[in-house]
Ligand binder design. Structure first.
Ligand code: C5P
Length: 246
């Protein structure tokens, strides 16, 4: 199957850096999108909507079929609860999952330790564990409202530094912060996943800290999460091509 956004021989196409957000309301719709798009992007993201509708059995169906799944449940709870949920995520065979960095370094460290132990003990593939910094829908005014005295950008870099020091593999951040995070975190393999991707001419929907796909990669993103700009397109394959080539 030919991939959109063809790359020079020997290098992966840029579209491999797209994680498609399966933000739909049930397994049947998700299955038909996966059938249409599989092989044309890097991975699929199962978030709160689809997980609440279709549950762990759909996650297992996807991982058993060999699809790379980013389980985006943004765990945020006490360390024991998050670490235990994280072990269950690993048991589902997901490629990557996330926690909220705002849950603190104790929670993140314990999650990494318990997932490492469970994966070694049960011979599971160890998923990437990444932390949400500041949601891309949140702006400086929202943070000020809840008592933060730093901007969204500064808070994201600070939370990314804490996540890296706690042993996490990467973060979710806005494409606008990717460059600052890349230059602050010493680990060059630190994964930076950026939602909030929009074409220059497009609507932002409820996103606020947005950028284009190419600019996000230029800023240091490892992967971009894209939902509505592909899901709502009349021709989804053409939308992937347009997003990559802008
Ligand atoms: O439709 P759109 O491209 O805005 O979708 C972005 C996806 O990324 C959504 O599934 C949303 O939950 C997710 N996300 C985000 N901001 C974060 C973390 C995840 O928008 N910080």
């Amino acid at each position: 199957m030919s991939k959109p956004c063809e790359a020079p021989i020997g290098s992966a196409p840029a579209s491999d850096q797209i994680i498609l957000a399966l933000d739909v309301n049930g397994a049947n719709e998700a299955r038909s999108i996966v059938k249409e798009i599989a092989g044309r992007i890097g991975a699929f993201k199962i978030g709160l909507q689809l997980f609440t509708a279709a549950g762990p059995s759909f996650v297992r169906e996807m991982t058993s079929a060999g699809h790379k799944v980013f389980l985006d449940l943004k765990f945020h709870d006490i360390p024991n609860t998050v670490a235990s949920a994280a072990v269950e995520a690993a048991r589902m065979g997901v490629w990557m999952f996330n926690v909220h960095a705002m849950g603190g370094s104790n929670m993140m460290r314990r999650t990494v330790e318990e997932v490492n132990e469970a994966c070694a003990r049960e011979k599971l593939a160890r998923p990437l564990i990444i932390a949400v910094t500041v949601l891309t829908s949140v702006g400086d005014d929202d943070l000020a409202e809840v008592g933060f005295e730093t901007t969204a950008g500064d808070s994201a870099v600070r939370l990314a530094t804490i996540a890296a020091a706690s042993g996490l593999d990467g973060v979710v951040a806005s494409p606008l912060e990717a460059a600052a995070i890349r230059s602050t975190v010493a680990n060059k393999d630190f994964v930076i996943v950026t939602p909030g991707i929009r074409r220059a001419s497009a609507t932002k929907d409820d996103q606020r800290r947005v950028n284009t796909f190419r600019q996000a990669l230029a800023n240091g993103s490892t992967y971009t999460v894209i939902g509505r700009p592909i899901l709502s397109a009349a021709d989804r394959i053409a939308a992937i091509n347009d997003i990559c080539s802008e």
